[in-house]
Write a protein that binds this ligand. Structure first.
Ligand SMILES: Nc1nc2c(ncn2[C@@H]2O[C@H](COP(=O)(O)OP(=O)(O)OP(=O)(O)O)[C@@H](O)[C@H]2O)c(=O)[nH]1
Length: 349
């Protein structure tokens, strides 16, 4: 299936030309003018999606070939999947809402038409010589039709209310899925994807100094081996919590991957190095009570590499330099901060 987007932002004159081309094709095939069908045939005459055009012409070659289910599924395939984020649940929900609304709208329109007819008949009867029986019958019919139109309207209102509740649910679901896509599920801080965006943004916003801290827990494999993987997870959560506490307008913290974390600080190198030292101290002073035991785990340490972006440095280059600083911190004995400044380099601790 193609991922190319459909374009509906045309000049008014162009879009009315397209519509003029689309409508006769629909009329020839007796295709009802529902929003789905307009969208499909409009896209067909735009001639931008050969796959859609091929499917439409094959499925609806002429009068009598129209099948609302086929039309609905083409709409789903070509529009909903292209426009909505990759959440099949959200896509299905939206299609259900659209289907339900389209049905109610046409039902309500039919009801209004029938009511109009009934009014017209009644007026004609009233113009004829007075016949109280016929007038009574006509008025009775009009009252019944009014009642059934009211029913239809209230049904339509209920369906609209249900649909807007569904839309609100869909919106929430989409927001949640967008949130999930940017938050690390274990530590609940930003994940690598959100970090990449934040770093790109910090570097392109220009004026202020941007520093990067890369942090890696020391001998974490040993920690997992000694205390178990679940305890390892808990330590990661706690370290994530320490970082989150330090987050402010000038600091963005993220889980970089595995047992590595990253902090983007809108600060010059010296201030970023101080921040790194504060984090290192906090981690080193952690004492974690093991569940169901008196044992307290300590000695968790972290190595940190700190760099400041230079000129128009790219995110990749900044990360690479922070990584060099971090591995220097590991080489020099761990539990330390190494600041890489160019051309001079220095090491704290
Ligand atoms: N519990 C837990 N462990 C993880 C997770 N992600 C990565 N790890 C573990 O982190 C460990 C990292 O090990 P190494 O890369 O060898 O590094 P290290 O043992 O921390 O040693 P140094 O970095 O050299 O100090 C591996 O054993 C991974 O399994 C996680 O989400 N939970």
């Amino acid at each position: 299936m193609t991922n190319k987007r459909m374009v509906f932002r045309e000049e008014l004159s162009v879009s009315s030309d397209y519509l003029r081309m689309a409508v006769p094709l629909m009329v020839q095939r007796q295709i009802p003018p529902t929003p789905y069908n307009y969208a499909l045939w409009y896209a067909h005459v735009q001639n931008t999606h050969p796959e859609l055009s091929k499917a439409l012409l094959e499925q609806f070659p002429g009068p009598g070939s129209y099948d609302p289910d086929v039309s609905e599924s083409l709409f789903f395939e070509f529009f909903v999947k292209t426009y909505l984020p990759n959440s099949p649940q959200a896509q299905n929900l939206l299609v259900n809402i659209l289907t339900q609304l389209a049905r109610s709208v046409s039902k309500s329109a039919e009801g209004t038409e029938a009511y109009g007819e009934s009014l017209k008949d009644t007026l004609q009867i009233l113009e004829q010589p007075i016949d109280s029986e016929r007038i009574r019958a006509a008025l009775k019919r009009l009252m019944e039709d009014t009642a059934s139109l009211e029913d239809l309207n209230s049904q339509f209102r209920d369906e609209l209310a249900a649909a807007s509740a569904e839309v609100a649910k869909l919106k929430k679901e989409l927001e949640e899925s967008q949130y999930d896509a940017r938050v690390d599920s274990l530590t609940k801080i930003a994940n690598r994807r959100a970090f990449n965006d934040a770093l790109q943004q910090a570097l392109s916003s220009g004026d202020e100094p941007t520093s990067l801290l890369l942090l890696d827990l020391d001998r974490f494999k040993q920690c997992n081996d000694t205390y178990g993987h679940l305890m390892g997870d808990r330590i990661l959560e706690i370290v994530g919590g320490i970082l989150e506490e330090m987050q402010d307008d000038a600091t963005f913290v993220a889980r970089f991957g595995g047992e590595e974390f990253a902090v983007i600080a809108t600060r010059p190198l010296a201030a970023a190095a101080e921040l790194a030292e504060r984090i290192r101290h906090k981690v080193a002073s952690l004492r974690i009570q093991r569940k169901g035991s008196q044992n307290v785990i300590g000695g968790v340490t972290v190595s940190v590499g700190v760099v400041e972006a230079e000129g128009e440095e790219s995110p990749e280059s900044l990360i690479e330099r922070a990584d060099i600083a971090l591995y220097r911190a590991k080489d020099e004995g761990r539990d330390r901060v190494v600041v890489l400044s160019q051309p001079a380099e220095s090491s704290l601790d």
